[in-house]
Design a protein around this ligand. Structure first.
Ligand code: DAH
Length: 344
């Protein structure tokens, strides 16, 4: 037994990893191991010696098992340290680039409009995209059979009463009727409109307008011009000049087309403005008396102006985009370019 102890103590020094640990265990504590071999000797032993022998053997077993387990703890610790050392984080490595999403540029332009109008005391309101013929046409001076309805190639949803709104102007009628004819109105309504247009670089069957309506006392065309001029300077730059051209809409009288000086050539003429120096951004006018009356406002007391900006058009101008379809495509590489421009 003493020889075995010495042998084990020596062998224990060679236990340096999991392999040598396992080998040691099998060699001494296994079923046919050297310690078991000694204990099997007890079967034939003189009973007077047996007791002491058994105690000594137990002692040896306990002592050696403890020593071996200590070794195992040390082996595990060494392995962990080795792993930690090899997995050290190199903080000098360049970081992995994370692709972040960003708001659509159309949304950004709409938010810009909202911000400027809200600073001037306007409320931002909403209206339904599936609209009744009454609001989309009739209350705006376009009764059934009116030839001007053709210009707004409309998607009908059900019979000839429900349609996808062909412009955001029905929100004017809805707002005035809701107010009841006794208080001023000051709203903008950004939203989707639909027409049976063939999609090309400048047309889409679905597009976005920013409608506006102001009703108060003594409102004149010059108030419209002043408001639009301030807005355009804020959105397109302080050196922007606005121009009104005579036009015709059933719901305004007089009616105008709103132009701004070309942001690119500043009015000299270039490809973007088709050499005219001007770019059209929407329609507007003084609210027609019949529209006011039909929506509950007495035109002898109240007057107002209304406008409709083409949101895609404004975004195209602001970001130099030449294809409207860009807004409806989800390629992040495209919108990244605009982000960069925005941050420049
Ligand atoms: N609704 C017109 C369109 O879609 C745009 C427009 C013109 C809106 C004049 C207005 C307005 O509010 O006063 O072509």
């Amino acid at each position: 037994m003493e020889n075995l102890r010495k042998e084990m103590e020596k062998e224990l020094e060679n236990v340096v990893d999991i392999n040598s640990y396992n080998n040691f265990k099998v060699l001494y504590f296994g079923k046919k191991g050297k310690v078991s071999e000694l204990s099997s000797k007890m079967g034939t032993m003189d009973p007077t010696l047996k007791k002491e022998y058994g105690m000594k053997l137990n002692e040896l077993r306990t002592e050696m098992t403890n020593a071996l387990e200590n070794k195992l703890a040390k082996i595990k610790e060494a392995e962990l340290n080795k792993k930690l050392a090899s997995e050290k984080i190199d903080i000098s490595l360049p970081a992995t680039k994370v692709d972040l999403g960003s708001p659509s540029i159309l949304e950004k332009v709409i938010e810009d409009f909202e911000e400027v109008f809200m600073s001037m005391g306007y409320d931002v309101v909403d209206g339904p995209e599936i609209e009744e013929d009454k609001y989309n046409f009739e209350l705006l001076g376009l009764p059934k059979g009116h030839p001007a309805r053709d210009a707004q190639d409309t998607f009908y949803v059900k019979g000839d009463e429900l349609l996808l709104r062909s412009h955001t102007s029905p929100v004017q009628a809805r707002t005035m009727l809701a107010k009841g004819g006794n208080e001023p109105v000051r709203i903008i309504c950004p939203g989707k409109a639909y027409r049976r247009d063939d999609d090309d670089a400048t047309h889409s069957h679905q597009f976005t307008q920013i409608e506006g309506l102001l009703v108060d006392k003594n409102i004149k065309l010059s108030d419209l011009k002043g408001t639009v001029t301030i807005i355009c300077k804020k959105l397109f730059g302080e050196d922007t000049i606005t121009r009104f051209r005579p036009s015709y809409y059933q719901f305004t009288e007089p009616s105008v087309e709103m132009d701004i000086s070309c942001f690119n050539c500043k009015g000299d003429g270039c490809n973007i403005c088709k050499k005219t120096g001007w770019i059209t951004i929407g329609g507007a006018g003084v609210v027609n008396y019949d529209v006011l009356r039909g929506c509950g406002y007495d035109p002898d007391i109240w007057s107002g102006f209304a406008f409709g900006f083409g949101a895609e058009r404004c975004a195209m101008l602001k970001y130099g985009i030449n294809d409207i379809r860009t807004f409806y495509n989800v390629d992040l590489r495209e919108t990244k370019t605009f982000d960069r421009k925005e941050n420049e």
